[in-house]
Design a protein around this ligand. Structure first.
Ligand code: MOS
Length: 730
């Protein structure tokens, strides 16, 4: 087997190489250059570390005014009155925007991915308050401090009615929910196969409410110039935000421009949200640019979140571990204003086959903010439940957990029946087991000790979809011998700009130093968002298509005209022509933990992931994507949990002290590798790596905790108090 090892983290090239004077004409096609597959530091890295890179809240605007959102302090009811006059008299205050003076928005449209907009974005449209933290007003002032002071002084009167935020697995007011996949899949006679099984696992797993918390809080500045709207924003897709704003405000999308040059993380939370809409409204009202920035605390209600889940998994197997029955049912929660499903049962549709197979995603509507996509929506919590259940089955059958998984490798999609476009899970496990030293593992739990620590190891499998969505790109061959790529991609910290530089260089047969990539601007035309792990795959396709055409247009030796030669691509038809297959990345996760049974402390000692994720464009940043995902998995397993207070209906400890995410001290040696994963039928060969790293990671940690202690933890996070009470909540 061939494994490509990620380099250890030092720059191998920079984009600073000067161009020689001989490059004023198009070079004859050089010998094929191979930038893809070699490590490159981020092309904007210098700008970022020197502070030259400007984030959305820092871009200067003349005559800038500042808006501050006022959020409801009740969880359900109506606004009776807002005492706006009192704060309009405060220093610097320019306006108070609320449902009484806000322009009407159009909300009955179908947006990107066939979804209707989350009404959380359609701010100030009525006096209704559907959850605590609902935006009820925006105070606009000369400075951010004045806006905040006035916003905090604004008195809002409510008519409050009893709310319900209690999420439990035994609610009766649930319903099956489709989301972006069907709610239910069903094959065979589940109960009969369970009854005929030699070994059965029937267990319920829970995961808590989780929040994205990118480093950079959400920020947007809106400016009207006549009928034209300009927004500088922090988002995961500029043309996506244009589309939503154009729909909401009934504008021609051509009259809206959204730019988002640098983004400090998104994790699913940076689409169109209340603050952009409020900024657009306010800018129209005061006739000046208006900036609205969210605080960390506001992000707990305005940025979306991952729903808690309750998942029941039933596995029935023959004594040798072959699955006869697989049943995975997940309940998640949504708001009363928007139907968003965390599709946790979906991962079973890809991972394992069984004679009888049932999966189901259900929802309950509660008086909470709308959840949204977050870090492998569905797969992250779903893989915790499914892969922990597999571990329980392995123990019951007396079979090695890796052998059990490989025994149940499906030939085709377990639900779809479609062939896999590469399924190299076996290679991931073989390589991972070798690197991790799995063969030295004593399968018995609770037998390894080191001083006060109990030690254990665990593993889990991972998969994540490898989709592509239509995108457009342009490439200009410049007279100076350089090439300029323009695409409305988003680099949310992943290294997308650098990856596209390498992809373009190879496709143009030139060194990457001759390629400049401009992204994050809706003026460049429609493109896929940085989401669903589909960005790099989708954008690369468009860049490669444009490059192919441009190379045909260039005459070797001929001078390029002063304005350059530009070609545009659109991958809509090519993607529609792609054969129907099960397209996914796969991975094998390994963790070693130490548990102190006296304090309940769990420390991850090392973690290893081996992935099959198509062609790896930039090993340096890819490694960061994989290990970053794995660290989020550690965080999910041990730390992240948003507490929601039943009485107030709001979050408790709504800051990064109350909501702990894994920090350096929590993150030990985390290593990622990958195996070859070619699909000769795929024109791009890139599968996308944004989310696969988190999938299975929490299960690997939880399975290691079981191996260390002999106690099965079916509720995340595995807090010290849960360790001390043997997995039961005190
Ligand atoms: Mo990601 S949760 O698809 O932005």
């Amino acid at each position: 087997m061939t494994t490509t090892e990620a380099p250890s983290g030092h720059p191998t090239t920079t984009n600073e190489a000067p161009l020689g004077p001989t490059m004023t004409t198009t070079a004859a096609p050089l010998a094929p250059v191979r930038a893809v597959g070699t490590g490159h530091v981020r092309v904007e890295g210098r700008d970022k570390v020197t502070g030259a890179a400007r984030y959305a809240g820092e871009v200067p605007f003349a005559e800038l005014a500042h808006g501050w959102l006022v959020l409801s302090t009740v969880a359900l009811g109506r606004i009776r009155d807002i005492e706006a006059d009192a704060v309009l008299a405060l220093p610097g205050v320019l306006a108070v925007l609320d449902h009484r003076n806000a322009p009407p928005l159009k909300t009955d449209y179908v947006g990107l991915l066939g979804t209707v907009p989350d009404p959380t974005c359609a701010v100030f449209q009525s006096d209704r308050v559907p959850h605590r933290g609902w935006p009820v007003a925006l105070v606009v002032a000369e400075t951010s401090e004045q806006a905040r002071e006035a916003a905090e002084a604004l008195v809002v009167h409510y008519e409050q009615v009893p709310h319900d935020v209690e999420f439990t697995g035994d609610r009766h007011d649930t319903h099956p929910a489709d989301g972006h996949m069907p709610a239910v899949t069903d094959k065979g006679d589940l109960e009969a196969e369970l009854a005929a099984s030699a070994v059965v696992v029937d267990a319920t797993y829970t995961t808590p409410e989780e929040h994205h918390h990118p480093m950079e809080p959400h920020a947007a500045t809106a400016r009207w110039e006549g009928d034209r709207l300009e927004v500088v924003d922090s988002n995961q897709g500029s043309t996506w935000v244009v589309g939503e704003l154009a729909n909401l405000f009934s504008l021609d999308p051509a009259s809206v421009r959204v730019r988002s040059e640098h983004v400090g993380g998104g994790f699913g939370s940076k689409g169109v949200r209340a603050h952009q809409v409020a900024a657009v409204m306010a800018s129209g009202m005061v006739g000046r640019p208006v900036r609205v920035v969210l605080t960390r605390r506001q992000m707990f209600t305005l940025a979306g979140h991952r729903s808690p889940t309750v998942q029941r998994v039933r596995l029935g197997a023959d004594a040798d571990g072959r699955l006869r029955a697989l049943d995975h049912r997940s309940l998640s929660r949504t708001s009363t204003v928007y139907e968003f499903v965390e599709p946790s049962a979906g991962v079973a549709r890809v991972m394992y086959d069984a004679d009888a197979h049932h999966t189901e995603n259900r929802l309950v509507r509660l008086d909470v903010p709308s959840p949204t996509w977050m870090r492998a929506p569905g797969e992250a919590p779903g893989s915790f439940a499914l892969e922990a259940a597999l571990d329980e089955l392995a123990d019951k059958c007396g079979i090695d957990p890796i052998a059990l998984r490989l025994r149940n490798e499906p030939e085709v999609g377990p639900v779809s029946g479609l062939p896999f476009a590469g399924r190299n899970l076996r290679a991931c496990f073989e390589e991972g087991a070798h690197r991790f030293g799995w063969d030295r593992r004593d399968p018995r739990p609770g037998v390894r000790r080191e001083g006060r620590w109990l030690l254990g190891t665990g593993t889990a499998a991972a998969s994540f979809g490898a989709g592509a969505a239509p995108s457009t790109a342009s490439i200009t061959a410049e007279a100076d011998g350089r090439f300029t790529v323009r695409i409305a991609a988003a680099d949310i910290g992943t290294g997308a700009r650098t990856a596209l530089t390498l992809v373009a260089a190879d496709a143009l047969h030139v060194p990457p130093e001759r390629v400049r990539v401009h992204l994050g601007d809706s003026a460049f035309g429609p493109a896929m968002i940085a989401g669903g792990s589909m960005g790099t795959r989708s954008w690369s396709w468009a860049v490669m298509a444009a490059a192919d055409e441009l190379r045909e247009r260039l005459v070797p030796g001929a001078a390029i005209p002063a304005g350059g030669i530009t070609v545009r691509s659109d991958t809509t038809a090519a993607i529609a022509a792609l054969a129907q297959k099960e397209r996914h990345s796969f991975g094998a996760q390994f963790a070693e933990v130490a548990v102190d049974p006296a304090t309940g402390e769990v420390r991850v000692r090392r973690m290893l992931g081996v992935f099959a994720a198509g062609r790896i464009v930039n090993p340096l940043t890819a490694r960061g994507q994989f290990t970053g995902g794995m660290i989020w998995g550690i965080s999910m397993a041990l730390h992240e949990e948003a507490a929601r207070d039943a009485t107030s209906g709001g979050p408790v400890g709504a800051d990064l002290a109350g909501y702990h995410v894994a920090t350096h001290a929590d993150v030990p040696r985390v290593e990622a590798y990958w195996v070859e994963d070619d699909d000769p039928d795929d024109p791009v060969g890139i599968k996308g790596i944004g989310e696969i790293g988190i999938v299975g990671a929490a299960a690997a940690v939880a399975n290691a905790v079981w191996h260390a202690t002999g106690v099965r933890h079916r509720s995340l996070p595995i807090r010290p108090d849960r360790v001390l009470t043997g997995g039961r909540d005190a």
